[in-house]
Design a protein around this ligand. Structure first.
Ligand SMILES: [Zn+2]
Ligand SMILES: [Zn+2]
Length: 152
């Protein structure tokens, strides 16, 4: 009996095996998804659970390459690695059981989420009522959002 290989993604029989285990279309589609996930990490510092599922279809070396690229780029941001960057890097690291030693990087702080401003409508410094979207307290000048300088 002849063995037929099917695309792991769409089930189509693979005639051209150069893209195995996927067909050419699925391979290209996955590559595009991979790129947009990389952008999402870099720009929005976000890695969604369904994106992790997509990444699971890739090889270990692809994931490590991705991690190293985003780590380097995020480290080069003004002021170094930001909290949000560390959170998203940790998410990627933990989802794929990556080790800092294998990645050639220093230990990442165990930061799983960034604290949101604690009291939304009150200044934590002077306790006066203020608007939620203020960056600085208009009464005492307390900086309410520590990331507002970097916001675009
Ligand atoms: Zn396919
Ligand atoms: Zn205040």
């Amino acid at each position: 009996m002849e063995e037929v290989e099917k695309c792991e993604e769409c089930g189509k029989i693979l005639k051209d095996k150069s893209y195995a285990p996927y067909c050419k279309q699925c391979d290209e589609k996955l590559d595009k998804q991979f790129d947009s996930i990389e952008d999402n990490i870099l720009i929005y510092k976000e890695l969604l659970d369904n994106e992790i599922k997509v990444l699971e279809k890739f090889e270990d070396t692809d994931i490590k390459g991705l991690f190293k690229r985003v780590y380097e780029k995020l480290s080069r941001e003004e002021g170094g690695l930001k909290k949000e960057s560390i959170v998203v890097l940790n998410k990627l690291k933990n989802a794929f059981n990556l080790k800092e030693s294998e990645l050639g990087i220093g230990k990442l702080p165990e930061l799983k989420r960034v604290k949101k401003s604690k009291q939304k409508n009150k200044c934590p410094e002077c306790n006066r009522k203020i608007k939620q979207d203020f960056n600085l307290c208009p009464y005492c000048g307390y900086r309410l959002k520590d990331d507002f300088v970097s916001k675009f």
